[in-house]
Design a binder for this molecule. Structure first.
Ligand code: SAM
Ligand code: SF4
Length: 431
């Protein structure tokens, strides 16, 4: 979502003639868009500012603005501790950015813009065409969260759940597709909680799948509890919807899920997965896990490992619990760091083995790849298969935005390698 936000920030500042520079060493204005989901983000801000300060030691000071969730959560502290910062601006106040820059140009500083004005923000952003021109583009449809998992800062930094209207989303889709997008990933902290005037995520997917030139639709991140029947059923209705579902579970222990306030059990989660696979057997899953949550004992960890092995997630993102200031879980007795680290390493090794086993199964098979860009300076093109695996093929042909059948010949942890299957692609073209 920060990537989407950063692009929209560029669209905004263009209006006052601040354009994205290729020379980051010599910018007139730095906007650091930050994430607060785990620790170290704040330290990184100070570190980055230190580098900017050094670079501009004997030159005119550039404008420095801290945007995003660190600004929202720690704005006052940032402004107090680092006088080099001109303004902090929270994720729901981006529409005030140009005004802030104009004020800073007039030597007004120390600006704190951290109101929750989500509706106003989108009303303003809707007036600007989204200029992103990637084959695979992001589009925020929902923001914020009302779920209050005990470990998470999102409800405090992004505010309450907010869904944009179908009309404005369809308009933005239209612009992205006109700019060359073939794949759109709908974004939201709770994307499947999307609801605008009774229109749900499934309605939106139906609506945007009508665009002929849009070939692939994805969405992230879903919460298991918001996976309604209509969303499950839509996997039978449109093959533009890609069969990889990112469905964070966080833990395989009901005790820990309860402590986290996740609102679902392991059994509910497994049942949901089985229902989805029954509707469409191509569907695969990826997930997020928090390891070392306060109260997690050996048995709870074992349960999490067992869930990982049972579902065989094709991608697992695992993090050691990070106490976030202001969240309830930060107040509870923390687990020993070394135990948490050891568990994380066991978990990640198991997750990696499962992932590699799955990937090796793809070797010597065919795959459908949407190509995005040529690898810099190489005779290779980069794309992604339906399950979002990176695929690289050697070719001199310009494949940007094209979908091709590829024979997968091998790969490593991160990438699959293959050759264009000329026979089948010719057949496709003739059909
Ligand atoms: N809304 C999504 C959900 O509920 O599944 C997750 C969104 S959150 C921005 C992304 C991931 O960051 C979470 O799934 C969780 O695994 C991880 N995360 C959030 N807070 C964390 C914390 N305090 N410590 C470690 N990981 C955390
Ligand atoms: Fe954070 Fe997701 Fe829980 Fe909301 S549902 S509080 S975004 S982890």
């Amino acid at each position: 979502m920060n990537e989407y936000d950063s692009n929209r920030i560029f669209d905004l500042t263009k209006k006052i003639d601040y354009i994205k520079t290729k020379n980051v060493e010599e910018a007139d204005c730095y906007i650091l868009n930050t994430c607060h989901i785990r620790e170290k983000a704040t330290e990184k801000v100070y570190h980055d500012i230190g580098r900017i300060k050094k670079r501009f030691r004997n030159k005119k000071k550039p404008i420095v603005i801290i945007a995003g969730c660190v600004a929202q959560a720690e704005g006052d502290i940032l402004l107090q501790r680092e006088k080099y910062i001109d303004a902090v601006i929270g994720p729901q106040s981006y529409h005030l950015l140009n005004n802030a820059i104009k004020k800073i140009e007039k030597k007004l500083r120390n600006l704190n813009l951290t109101e929750f004005e989500t509706q106003e923000k989108f009303d303003n952003l809707n007036l600007l065409k989204n200029s992103e021109s990637n084959v695979s583009s992001f589009l925020t449809i929902q923001e914020g969260c009302n779920k209050f998992c005990k470990f998470c800062v999102v409800p405090y930094t992004r505010g309450a759940e907010y869904s944009r209207s179908v009309d404005e989303i369809v308009k933005e889709c239209y612009h992205l597709i006109n700019n060359g997008a073939k794949e759109i990933t709908l974004l939201g902290q709770n994307v499947n909680a999307y609801n605008h005037d009774g229109k749900k995520l499934s309605d939106l997917i139906k609506e945007i799948s009508k665009f002929n030139d849009l070939k692939r639709i994805r969405y992230t991140t879903s919460h298991p509890i918001d996976f309604s029947d209509d969303l499950i059923n839509i996997y039978q209705e449109t093959d533009k919807l890609m069969p990889l579902i990112h469905l964070p579970v966080q833990s395989g222990s009901n005790k820990i899920l309860r402590l986290m306030n996740r609102k679902h059990t392991v059994e509910y989660y497994i049942n949901l997965i089985n229902r989805l696979i029954k509707i469409n057997s191509k569907i695969k899953f990826s997930s997020d896990f928090i390891i070392g949550y306060p109260g997690e004992n050996d048995k709870d960890f074992e349960d999490t490992l067992n869930l990982l092995k049972e579902i065989k997630f094709i991608n697992s993102f695992s993090f050691i619990f990070s106490p976030r200031p202001g969240t309830p879980a930060a107040e509870i007795d923390q687990l020993d760091k070394n135990i948490a680290k050891e568990r994380l390493s066991i978990f990640q090794k198991t997750a990696e083995d499962i992932k590699m086993k799955f990937r090796k199964n793809l070797y010597n098979k065919k795959s459908t790849v949407l190509f995005e860009n040529r690898m810099v300076g190489k005779k290779e093109f980069f794309g992604r298969d339906e399950l979002q695996n990176s695929v690289i093929v050697k070719t001199s042909e310009d494949l940007k935005g094209k979908i091709k059948n590829v024979d997968i010949t091998g790969g490593n942890q991160n990438t699959l390698f293959g050759n264009i299957d000329f026979k089948n692609n010719q057949k496709n073209a003739a059909a």
